[in-house]
Design a protein around this ligand. Sequence first.
Ligand SMILES: [Fe+2]
Length: 162
Amino acid sequence: MAFAEQLAELYDMEFQTQKALEEMLSSAVSPTLRNALHEHRDQTIEQTQRLVICFDQIHEAPKRSRCIGMEGLVAEAHEIMEQAGSPTQLEMDMALAMMKVEHYEIAFYTSLLTIARFLDLPRVEDILTVNRRIEEDAADLAQELLGEMLHHAMHPEKQFRW
Ligand SMILES: [Fe+2]
């Protein structure tokens, strides 16, 4: 598949991520989770803008092409969140969904980085690397949050940390 087509799917992935983060934000209550979702939503907007430069580098107009992988993750997140039995469970489900989304994004960026390197597109490579780093940090943060939530769920006698 052509690089431009893959880039169009990656571009769509970021728009889908932005929407998913906004949906989770409307359901999140704890300040720590809200801050994480809010910050990453803003970063996602910047990532999308950065991808426009990648299209420019390959002389293509920015275009979205359906990212089926992210659609699947978002559908799964909706289903799990609908089944959450409590607000605490819902927040854990959101942290888990965020982790899975970030790891999918890392995988997609890594794939495209491999192709960009092969095609000798250094500027594209730089941008994809910057965006991937942001996903890695977001994945680490989501993992940390989920760990804290699980810790609290296992030790409810300890004070809530957020
Ligand atoms: Fe992300």
